[in-house]
Design a protein around this ligand. Structure first.
Ligand code: FAD
Length: 576
């Protein structure tokens, strides 16, 4: 018999990555009660992995830059699927997001005269990416944790949330359990902010943290009555490691190509010559990922299903000075010395451009009192994310949504709760803990990840997607025979059972939307529909199995559209 703790807070923030922490800080600075929960240590959220930088048109290096140009670049790169109003809000408020970080003590790289340094990122017109070495995400996370600690924000980062509590389409809290001792949590709240990240770990190779990005966001939101926008739009990074298995997808920085690395197929050919002869290895992320995928699929890949990224021809000093992190990572993970041997890589799931459907002005959802921010949300990136835009999104909407949740909470005079909803959440865990079947949660999760890798990777087609859905049905049938065994080491098995439920739901949403998007646009390549279809300049909104609607996007304002026409963003070198 495990104990059940009851907590109550004006605002509950689920997720202690950059987005959740920024929202929590906003609430605490306004004197509003907040509780932040996460399922892994606050110092180790996915956000810490971000390397290259964070965007804002500060104009410190290029005074010609403006938020409008930043907006134009973002919409152009999104293949017109970004929501213009979300883009305006993020780009216009980006400088304030950087100011907030500076106020909290963020150690940005600076020029000799004190200006914040800014560098080029692929497809930006001007230098507008601020950074902190190649540890920008880690420094942001540290800075936000530090500020949250100063403000005494209560953080529980061993609590796995399994359900949002909703009555009559109004959220009133969440239910979960402690990963170490199984203690249950009933958390009552006026408002709930979902900051639970993306769904990239539903693919076999992913740049995300282990046990993060498992589809929890989609499951929590959809079971609560919210919807998901464009789940099929996922950015694949060209260079993820193949091995070791438990670190598959770990990124090899684009700097390795930027510094002069060669991409080779198993025959030793520099295959980018066939795909982008002018820019070769310096081509854009989506093009390089598609090229590597094509080489592998057409039988010119390595025996393990990859291609080679070779920097061994570069002077040893260049590698040690410019690529120290890559050198160290390969030594640690594979005992491979990149000054002597090539790295075996393949495209890897990297970023969820889709996410929970939200209103542009405050990121509220279809469920009253429920908000979504960060990689969990949607609207900014469309069919291709501009590098450096996701970190600034965390800062901008963390602040705006924190403020919105604060006023929503203040406006509530009474709240209807439902003991039935709590009982349902409680029973779901009780029932799982009685399972003594033969199926292992990890094996089933691997099954779903294999399906996604096979049928919904860089290139998709109708036959494969339908096959993926049929195979997903078969894996889900095996859930009936699960065995779940919490032990003295903690409740990881139960956590993985919920991970696999989230993974399956996110996989279904992604497969169904990928089927529905009968065109090739940005990251979404349909070999059976190789052209962009102007009529599909719509968002696909998924409300549950078989329920997809098209949503029209507003036109791009003329002041932004005119800047999109003037710009040629093709020539810039990759930095990240
Ligand atoms: P996350 O940081 O993923 O946090 C999610 C939180 O939710 C975690 O605390 C997690 O524990 C919690 N959570 C999830 N499910 C549950 C649950 N069921 N119960 C309780 N808690 C839960 N972006 C840029 O802009 N610039 C870059 O240079 C850049 N580089 C990157 C490099 C790498 C290798 C990667 C992987 C990403 C990079 N990104 C970059 C993207 C960026 O890091 C992420 O999009 C961003 O950090 C997401 O932050 P978040 O707060 O939304 O979510």
């Amino acid at each position: 018999n495990v104990p059940e703790r009851r907590l109550s807070t004006p605002v509950l923030v689920i997720g202690t990555g950059g987005a959740g922490l920024r929202a929590s800080i906003e609430l605490a600075e306004r004197g509003v009660g907040v509780l932040a929960v996460g399922k892994r240590p606050r110092t180790d959220a996915h956000t810490t992995l971000a390397a290259g930088g964070i965007n804002a048109a500060l104009g410190t290096m290029d005074p010609e830059d403006s938020w409008r140009q930043h907006a134009a670049d973002t919409i152009k790169e999104s293949y017109l699927l970004a929501h213009p109003e979300v883009v305006r809000i993020v780009t216009e408020n980006a400088a304030r997001g950087i100011d907030d970080l500076v106020r909290y003590g963020m150690p940005f790289a600076r020029e000799a005269d004190g200006r914040i340094s800014q560098r080029f990122f692929g497809a930006h017109t001007w230098r507008r990416t601020a950074f902190s070495g190649d540890y920008t995400g880690l420094e942001i996370q540290r800075t936000l944790v530090h500020r949250a600690t100063e403000l005494a924000v209560p953080i529980l980062d061993t609590v796995y949330i399994t359900r949002l509590l909703v009555r009559d389409n109004v959220v009133f809290g969440a239910y979960g359990f402690d990963l170490n001792d199984g203690t249950r949590y009933v958390i009552h709240a006026d408002a709930v902010i979902l900051a639970t990240g993306g769904h990239t770990r539903i693919w076999r190779r992913t740049s995300s943290r282990r046990d993060e990005n498992t589809g929890d966001t989609f499951r929590l939101a959809v079971l609560a009555g919210a919807r998901v926008r464009d789940p099929e739009l996922v950015q694949f990074h060209p260079s993820g490691l193949l091995e070791p298995d438990d670190a598959a997808g770990t990124l090899v920085s684009e700097a390795a190509r930027g510094e002069g690395g060669h991409l080779l197929n198993a025959r030793g050919e520099r295959f980018m010559r066939r795909y982008d002869p002018e820019r070769m290895e310096l081509s854009t992320r989506d093009r390089v990922a598609l090229a590597a995928f094509t080489e592998i699929r057409e039988g010119r890949g390595t025996a393990k299903g990859g291609v080679w990224l070779d920097v061994s021809h570069l002077p040893r000093e260049t590698i040690m000075e410019r690529l120290p992190r890559v050198h160290q990572t390969l030594l640690e993970l594979q005992m491979l010395d990149i000054t002597e041997k090539p790295i075996e890589i393949a495209p890897t799931a990297h970023y969820s451009m889709g996410g929970v459907w939200v209103r542009p002005e405050d990121h509220s959802t279809d469920v009253e009192g429920l908000y979504a921010i960060g990689e969990a949300a949607s609207g900014l990136h469309g069919a291709n994310r501009l590098g450096g835009n996701s970190l600034i999104e965390l800062l901008v909407y963390g602040r705006i949504t924190g403020a919105a949740a604060a006023s929503y909470s203040a406006s509530l005079s009474a709240q209807q709760r439902s003991s039935w909803a709590v009982e349902e959440a409680r029973r779901e865990i009780d029932e799982l803990l009685t399972r003594d079947g033969r199926e292992n949660v990890r094996v089933l999760q691997r099954g779903v990840r294999d399906i996604m890798t096979e049928h919904a990777g860089v290139v998709r087609d109708e036959t494969g997607l339908l096959k993926g859905l049929a195979e997903l049905d078969a894996v889900e049938e095996r859930f009936a025979d699960l065995g779940i065994h919490p032990d003295i080491a903690g409740y990881q098995d139960l956590a993985h059972a919920f991970d696999v439920k989230g993974t399956a739901l996110a996989a279904r949403a992604t497969l169904e939307a990928a089927l529905e998007r009968r065109e090739t646009r940005g990251c979404h390549n349909r070999s059976d529909y190789p052209a962009l279809d102007p009529d599909l300049r719509v968002n696909l909104v998924w409300a549950g199995p078989g329920k997809i609607e098209r949503e029209e996007l507003p036109p791009v304002p003329e002041e932004i559209a005119s800047l999109m026409r003037e710009v040629d963003t093709s020539g810039h070198k990759l930095v990240e």
